[in-house]
Design a protein around this ligand. Structure first.
Ligand SMILES: NC(=O)c1ccc[n+]([C@@H]2O[C@H](COP(=O)([O-])OP(=O)(O)OC[C@H]3O[C@@H](n4cnc5c(N)ncnc54)[C@H](O)[C@@H]3O)[C@@H](O)[C@H]2O)c1
Ligand SMILES: O=C(O)[C@H](O)COP(=O)(O)O
Length: 527
């Protein structure tokens, strides 16, 4: 088996390359590439490991014909076009906790540096000025810290600030009152935070809602003498307005680790009084970089080698332990989805997946993903578990996953039903042994078959002589029958025949099969 090939395109702790190699991946490290250089080589790789310096655009993804996974050694994924990755079936994962403590500590360091103007005092002292009377700081004890965003990093900042005896208030629409109590912060609205905070620190992602959250208008509502820290994302603050308020003295200090445009080589903020900045160093500690490198390499290898999925932003999680147990179910689910997608006609707007027996106790999301991957292939060849749910949503397909507690005749069963203009149509399957997917029912008719390779589905009148006729037709065209499965609801009614053949059946032969006496329907299938 060929080894999965991974490209590390940003500066990353060497533990990442070590883990990839140990886990059976080939790895190349190429940092500092231009977008054109990346585009030219990305087609070779199954995995791309990045930090924030590589921007993964739709053009890069379009050129990444083998790519299965993008791993961000860090938190922010605003440098990855996730919709484009999803549409191309590429999993995007990050390491949501590996650098949180480090970044929270950077925010606290910025608060302290602003309170005592340490960078400027240091620079002037080392310049030989000994400017003792030029600096008068403020204590943080008893001051109010306003958190905008109280997620992982915001919560750690809150805990550290409480240790410094600060009063912490937080604006975060998704913070529940219970969690606010748990982390010891007072939940407030944005207006209150702006009016009350002596220090403001930002810890939200950059989204349409948070972009420019500290706009000129909102900055004007802050308390005179406020000090502002941003170790989250550039674009959260109107930098020009902040520069003006620093110049006017309304804002007593600002510390930015991140800028709207990076690298920030020039800015209206540079040179303003009490302005401090660092070049996106929030996550840059030895500990955090080891954490995120190990974690991203483990996660990406889990996916590339074993099919395990964790911390994906565009796919449900599937642990490396669960993956082997779920793999045969996913194979069955994909085949059933594909079968129903090939057989049912018309505008299909609803699909339901029912799980019974042992299947009811499993993680349903990967099974649903696999059914959709099989089913959506009726619309596009390049569908997989990652992009199928997105394509299904785009087409307005209503998807439901139902678990039944009841015990059926099979120890485990998956049923896939689509709503058609003629009513519901369902197929069901089980596992023989622990890992052999088998069809057991097709549109209400019990029939046992492995769904493999090229097959032919026929509905015919249940009358003598038919099997001979179809056998003769296929034989005349040199088509070898591999397996042959029959089922019917009752004698003399409608019968179902499912047979496998060694090669695709030409359209002309299908036409002749449809014309055979007693045949109501003949549909070629491929798995
Ligand atoms: N400077 C760095 O090097 C560095 C390092 C790590 C993380 N970060 C950035 O820090 C930010 C926070 O990371 P995290 O791990 O705490 O993320 P998180 O997802 O745990 O927390 C983000 C919080 O923001 C809140 N939020 C979302 N929309 C909001 C809105 N409109 N108003 C107020 N709050 C809102 C969410 O509810 C959530 O609680 C991210 O942008 C991340 O990329 C920067
Ligand atoms: O979102 C993050 O994890 C930080 O912005 C860190 O970015 P970096 O990995 O480029 O330092």
């Amino acid at each position: 088996m060929t080894k999965p090939k991974v490209l590390i395109s940003d500066k990353m702790d060497p533990n990442a390359a070590r883990i990839f190699t140990e886990r059976g991946c080939e790895v190349d490290v190429k940092t500092g590439m231009t977008p054109e250089e990346l585009k030219a080589c990305i087609g070779e790789y199954d995995g791309l490991a990045i930090r924030s310096s590589t921007t993964v655009t739709p053009e890069i993804i379009a050129a990444a014909t083998k790519l299965k996974v993008i791993g961000r050694a860090g938190i922010g994924v605003d440098n990855v076009d996730i919709p484009a990755a999803s549409a191309h079936g590429v999993v995007v994962m990050n390491t949501p906790f590996g650098n949180s403590i480090t970044t929270a500590e950077h925010a606290i360091a910025m608060i302290m540096a602003l309170a005592r103007q340490i960078p400027e005092a240091n620079a002037r002292t080392q310049a030989g000025e000994w400017p003792k009377s030029a600096f008068m700081g403020v204590e943080v004890t008893g001051k109010t810290l306003g958190l905008i965003g109280a997620g992982n990093i915001g919560s750690i900042v809150a805990a550290r600030a409480q240790g410094l005896r600060m009063k912490v208030i937080a604006y975060d629409p998704f913070l529940t009152p219970d969690h606010a109590v748990e982390i010891g912060v007072e939940k407030v609205d944005l207006e209150t935070l702006l009016a009350r905070a002596d220090f403001i620190t930002l810890h939200t992602p950059l989204t349409d809602e948070t972009r420019n959250i500290l706009s000129a208008e909102n900055l004007a509502k802050t308390k005179k003498g406020v000090r502002i820290v941003n170790c989250a994302r550039g674009g959260l603050i109107d930098e020009a307005a902040l520069a003006q308020l620093l110049a006017s003295g309304h804002v007593a200090g600002a510390a930015l680790d991140v800028f709207a445009t990076e690298p920030a080589k020039e800015s209206p903020l540079f040179g303003q009084p009490n302005f401090i900045c660092t070049p996106h160093l929030g996550a840059s500690t030895t500990e955090a970089q080891v954490n995120v490198a190990l974690q991203v390499a483990e996660q990406m290898s889990d996916y590339l080698v074993d099919g395990g999925v964790s911390n994906a932003l565009n796919m449900p999680s599937l642990s490396a332990e669960e993956a082997p147990k779920l793999r045969p179910y996913m194979a069955l689910a994909e085949k059933l989805g594909s079968l129903v997608g090939q057989l049912a006609h018309g505008n299909l707007t609803k699909i339901s997946i029912e799980r019974e027996g042992a299947a009811a106790g499993l993680n349903g999301k990967p099974i649903t993903g696999a059914v959709l991957a099989g089913f959506m292939r009726r619309y596009s060849e390049s569908v997989n578990m990652v992009n199928a749910p997105y394509l299904a949503k785009e087409r307005g397909l209503e998807v439901s996953d139902v678990r039944h507690e009841r015990e059926g005749i099979y120890q485990t069963l998956l049923r896939v039903t689509v709503a058609t203009e003629q009513g519901d149509r369902s197929v069901a399957g089980t596992l023989f042994g622990t890992d052999s997917p088998r069809l057991v029912e097709i549109f209400g008719v019990g029939i046992e078959a492995a769904l493999e390779g090229h097959m032919l589905y026929i509905v015919n009148e249940d009358a003598p002589g038919f099997i001979g006729r179809i056998g003769t037709l296929l034989g005349e065209h040199d088509i070898n029958i591999g397996t042959f499965h029959l089922g019917r609801r009752e004698a003399g009614g409608e019968a179902t025949l499912l047979l496998s053949v060694d090669a695709p059946i030409p359209a002309e032969v299908i036409k002749q099969a449809c014309a055979l006496e007693g045949v109501k329907l003949a549909i070629p299938l491929a798995f």
